[in-house]
Design a protein around this ligand. Structure first.
Ligand SMILES: Nc1ncnc2c1ncn2[C@@H]1O[C@H](COP(=O)(O)OP(=O)(O)OP(=O)(O)O)[C@@H](O)[C@H]1O
Length: 275
């Protein structure tokens, strides 16, 4: 179970007027976002709209040019309780060439919580086992990570993040390159986390099986928040549209296939629902 869950009054993440400049180009522009405890927030947007940069900024991995970020009520510059946060970056491979087993990689996610100089306790081992069961890899615990498929390796990394029992889990495109069965298994994992009260911020390109678990969608467009609110109201996200299958977000209900959307909403036509 997560430790000391945040109160609803205290946002887990609070960004105010966050602006990020990379290579002299503004990549995030005046982004304000507050995520409260227990929310499952999908961060959507076209390629290059700034989704990865935003999550990396929220975690202090990219410097702010302007604005302010707080985690669990503490300014990012003073925040040190990183064990409360699990993060799986985009397209991360769990296989490093080191012949580590699935269990070893997942156990490494426990280190921040237990401390490097202390042997694993029964509670540590139980948390690792539970994380493996949650992602459906308990049976593969003794196998080398390098022998697993890409989707299974992604689930190893998610289990590694879960083993730390984070209050906030940030996942950047967890379903990228993952087969449909693994995506459904991942949605089951998210459902269990939601029951525990874990807060999730998930970057998605396609919503897929997570659709019914998402409580809020934030759409980025050229580094700005273009929509922040109810997930699929009328299939319409403030000038953007959700496909009938709810798997894609794109700018025009009739003329731009989701996969080819360049991020520009078409405001010329009537705001009609595709559902
Ligand atoms: N280190 C960097 N230096 C310069 N520009 C960068 C850097 N990192 C990202 N960018 C640019 O910032 C913009 C946003 O990139 P980002 O990866 O955050 O977008 P994204 O929405 O996550 O895209 P995708 O869906 O393709 O992953 C892109 O135009 C990208 O080229």
């Amino acid at each position: 179970m997560p430790v000391s869950p945040p109160t609803p009054a205290q946002p887990v993440i609070a960004a105010e007027h966050a602006t990020v400049v990379l290579g002299e180009r503004p990549v995030l522009r005046d982004v304000s976002l507050a995520v409260t405890g227990g929310e499952v927030v999908a961060l959507l947007g076209s390629n290059g709209s700034g989704k990865s940069t935003l999550v990396r900024t929220l975690l202090g991995l990219v410097p702010l040019a302007e604005g302010d970020v707080r985690l669990f009520g503490t300014p990012l510059t003073a925040f040190s309780d990183w064990r409360r946060i699990g993060y799986v970056p985009q397209r991360a491979g769990a296989s490093t060439g080191v012949p580590a087993t699935v269990r070893e990689v997942v156990t490494s996610g426990r280190l921040a919580r237990r401390g490097f100089l202390r042997f694993a306790s029964a509670a540590d081992r139980a948390a690792v086992t539970e994380a493996l069961e949650t992602v459906g890899l308990a049976e593969r615990a003794r196998e080398r990570v390098s022998t697993l498929s890409g989707g299974q390796q992604q689930r190893v990394l998610i289990a590694r993040a879960l083993a730390g029992e984070p209050d906030l889990l940030v996942l950047d495109e967890p379903n990228a390159g993952v087969d449909a069965a693994s995506q459904r298994a991942f949605a089951d994992t998210v459902a269990r986390l939601v029951e525990r009260g874990t807060t999730l911020l998930v970057v998605l390109h396609e919503v897929g099986p997570l659709a019914d678990l998402i409580t809020r969608t934030v759409v980025l467009d050229h580094g700005r928040v273009a929509h922040d609110g109810v997930p699929w109201a009328d299939g319409h996200l403030g000038g953007y549209w959700i496909d009938t299958d709810r798997h894609h977000v794109h700018g025009n209900p009739t003329t731009s296939p989701a996969g080819e959307w360049d991020g520009t909403p078409d405001h010329a036509g009537p705001a009609k629902s595709r559902r």
